[in-house]
Design a protein around this ligand. Structure first.
Ligand code: GLU
Length: 423
């Protein structure tokens, strides 16, 4: 089969995704037809978005939306605003969403979008015009039963509110279920903001229990202090863990006695969103990854753990809060060292799980309590972890390959049942 001979380079996220896909496909003996269907996105839309800037000039931004697969349901996935956005990255992120939704068993396919821009350099008005114009151009792609965006790096509740409003205007009625991660007053769900970090915490607890390690007093380091990193750190600390280091774009912050995460969040919120100047020993982001801690949570971005630094990692457990933080070449090194890795498509699936709950609540027109959201989301995460763990035992593979096995098998089965080949 062609996938057995494919080779993939290191730092291209799509190639990185394909390496794992190839390995899992080979192990389950995926037939060539399914392999060929699942390796390519079903749809990739590229748009040029003209925006009148505050100074009166017109700037054109490049925007993307990729639907990797919509077999299990409408495609689901965030929209990223970053200067690094490119088609290969969005394709990889869309495929990861397919596997992520399948692994936690929610009725969605995978999609992702992005705009190549630096949101910190745009005014609120420019961001609004950009987001609305992008929505106008994607009106045939988006839809509550077709493709449902959500926040990702560089976007949040405000962008989702603009998307909801613009889409609703275009279709002529209020359509909250077209997008998730909305502000509460606009049909958002309780617990959505904390959802990814909470899922990271639940996965960490499940993994620690398999390793026979108590969370009480167990040390950890968290890379990235955005929504996912900061909430993961806070919730891990609440489990009795000692957070020795945190980091953001301004570098790493270390305290041998443990960082006060609540204080760091407060500091960041009053300091233009960064930790610059936070009182702790300054280290680099690279040093953070190599700290002598039990648990490492990379929650920043892709390609952080590579063939160059994997050997220096001392953590016993890595829980991937970010999408694609470990390149494929590092997997082999970590496996050899006996490091347990809870892969991104499982570890950070709490976010999309509560997005699903938000969509359900929007369609019901009936809202759940926070307690109900947490209880159901925790159950989804725990059940998915156990299924992936069981597959890793059955096939004698890492949790990452096991997660791909579980999800690819599911998506391929649905592809067959629906008989979509050749249509
Ligand atoms: N952007 C998040 C992720 O990568 C959430 C996606 C969603 O809620 O649809 O999982």
């Amino acid at each position: 089969m062609s996938q057995q001979t494919a080779t993939h380079s290191n730092d291209n996220p799509f190639e990185s995704m394909m390496s794992r896909f190839d390995e899992a496909a080979r192990i389950i003996g995926l037939d060539e037809g399914s392999y060929n269907v699942l390796k390519s996105p079903q749809k990739a839309v590229i748009v040029s978005i003209p925006v009148t800037m505050d100074n009166g000039t017109v700037q054109v931004f490049e925007g993307f939306r990729v639907v990797h697969n919509a077999n299990l349901g409408p495609s689901k996935g965030g929209i990223r605003y970053s200067m690094d956005v490119n088609l290969d990255e969005v394709k990889a992120l869309a495929a990861w969403m397919t596997w992520k939704c399948a692994v936690v068993g929610i009725p969605y396919g995978g999609g992702k979008g992005g705009i190549k821009c630096d949101p910190r350099k745009l005014s609120k008005g420019e961001l609004e015009r950009l987001t609305r114009a992008y929505t106008d151009l994607m009106v045939d792609v988006f839809g509550p039963d077709k493709d449902i965006p959500a926040p990702d790096m560089g976007t949040g509740q405000q962008e989702m509110a603009w998307i909801m409003d613009e889409y609703s205007k275009l279709v002529g009625y209020s359509s909250p279920a077209v997008v998730t991660g909305k502000p509460l007053v606009l049909g958002g769900s309780l617990g959505r903001v904390e959802a990814t970090g909470r899922g990271v915490m639940v996965s960490t607890r499940s993994a620690l229990s398999k390793l026979g390690i108590s969370p009480i007093g167990c040390t950890c380091a968290v890379q990235g202090f955005g929504n996912v990193g900061s909430i993961s750190a806070k919730l891990l600390q609440m489990q009795g863990m000692k957070v020795l280091a945190i980091s953001d774009v301004t570098g790493g912050y270390y305290d041998a006695n443990g960082i006060d995460v609540e204080a760091a969040i407060k500091y960041r919120d009053q300091n233009n969103g960064t930790l610059e100047g936070f009182k702790a020993q300054k280290i680099t982001n690279e040093e953070l990854l190599e700290l002598d801690v039990t648990v490492l949570v990379p929650a920043a971005m892709e390609n952080q753990i590579t063939a160059d630094n994997a050997d220096k990692i001392k953590a016993k457990l890595i829980v991937e809060g970010a999408n694609g933080p470990t390149v494929a070449a590092a997997d082999t090194i970590l496996n050899k060292k006996g490091v347990m890795v809870v892969p991104d498509i499982l570890a950070n699936a709490g976010g999309v799980t509560v997005s699903y709950f938000e969509w359900v609540q929007n369609r019901l027109g009936y809202f759940w309590t926070e307690e109900r959201v947490y209880r159901r989301a925790d159950r989804v995460m725990k059940t998915a972890f156990e299924a992936v763990y069981a597959a890793s035992q059955k096939y004698n593979v890492s949790l990452r390959i096991a997660a791909y096995i579980v999800s690819i098998a599911k998506v391929a089965e649905v592809e067959k049942l629906r008989g979509k080949f050749g249509l």
